[in-house]
Design a protein around this ligand. Structure first.
Ligand code: 8YV
Length: 328
């Protein structure tokens, strides 16, 4: 396989963060790969310099690929994103600069769905609170009315966004927990996938009004930014909870804090935040909020599969084939 670039050298690839060792090994074997030694987050200036020095970037959600970065792309030809969401990449600027962008679909839906179920269970069954009490030595014994939560099975789950992750959550919830499923999505949901879980396609307002649990699984775009704002939170039931394993900016965080503080909704399970790694103090102060550090795809198996998928996109590109997961 010819992996040489036009200078006869192996393509230079900048890998912006530490990846599972199997992925780093493969990248080093196949490319002139610069791996991250210490996992530090690259600045925009670093990325601008990289766009001049490297043939390819393998960025993550922590790297903002801005118009300035693409404006400097004298050498850069492809950004093979480690992750399915490409909201951290200015796709118009990539297009204008002629830089190809790829992502890693199809390999992280199951793990992200597992974590979504974990958050649903944690919020309704008060798992975070219970764990904190036990660790603090404050558990004084079993009582029939102690730390009562709410049952998960049979609750109505509203899924916003019915791609791979939304469907994987729906399967778990419908088939494992007997939950009726409402689906709202930009495009009409896949009829076979909807039928398999006995789901009902509804508009967003109907979903917000009818679901006990609202879970976000749509991409972050200019249309979905702050999709869940004060007005939409007010459409949810007082006993309802919001789960977000997609992107923090889908939610107006101050409006969410206000809705939780006033008891307008009953709780939230959040794996993602608007300004990661900042988590607003208002959220941390509430016992009915479960917060996680963006762990959706965070298993050894899935992060390895994501890395291999990014690598497959780079390989295809540098042998002159169409990258399988091209976004731009
Ligand atoms: C990753 C994700 O943790 O794929 C995505 O869009 O949010 C997560 O799976 C992250 O993107 C890594 O770059």
């Amino acid at each position: 396989m010819d992996r040489e670039n036009t200078n006869g050298d192996r393509p230079r690839v900048l890998v912006t963060q530490r990846l599972p060792s199997a992925v780093e090994r493969e990248l080093s074997l196949r490319f002139a790969a610069d791996l991250s030694a210490d996992d530090h987050i690259l600045s925009e200036d670093d990325l601008v310099a990289a766009a001049r020095e490297y043939d390819a970037l393998l960025p993550t959600v922590t790297n903002r690929l801005t118009p300035r970065v693409f404006g400097a792309a004298t050498r850069l030809k492809i950004a093979a994103n480690f992750g399915v969401g490409v909201d951290s990449i200015d796709l118009d600027a990539a297009r204008a600069a002629g830089v190809i962008v790829t992502n890693t679909p199809g390999v992280l839906a199951e793990c992200t769905a597992d974590l979504t179920m974990a958050l649903i269970l944690a919020v309704l069954r008060r798992i975070g609170e219970g764990e904190r009490l036990v660790r603090a030595g404050q558990w004084t014994g079993w009582r029939p009315t102690y730390l009562l939560g709410r049952r998960v099975c049979g609750k109505t789950l509203g899924i916003i966004g019915f791609g791979g992750i939304g469907q994987a959550v729906a399967r778990r919830a419908a088939l494992g927990f007997g939950m009726p499923i409402l689906v709202s999505s930009r495009r009409p949901p896949d009829p076979a996938a909807l039928a398999a879980i006995g789901g009902t396609a509804v508009d967003l307002e109907t979903l917000l009004g009818g679901a006990d649990i609202v879970s976000l699984h749509c991409p972050l775009t200019s249309e979905t930014r702050r999709l869940i704002n004060a007005e939409r939170l007010a459409m949810m039931g007082r006993e309802a909870v919001l789960i977000n394993t997609a992107r923090g900016a889908l939610v107006d965080e101050p409006a969410l804090i206000a809705a939780l503080e006033s008891g307008r909704i009953a709780g939230a399970g959040l794996d993602v935040f608007d300004q990661e790694p900042l988590v607003p103090a208002g959220l941390l102060a509430m016992e009915n909020v479960v917060v996680l550090p963006h762990l959706g795809s965070g298993t050894e198996e899935t992060r390895t599969a994501m890395g291999m998928r990014a690598l497959a996109n780079l390989e295809a590109f540098f042998v002159g084939e169409a990258p399988p997961d091209r976004v731009v």
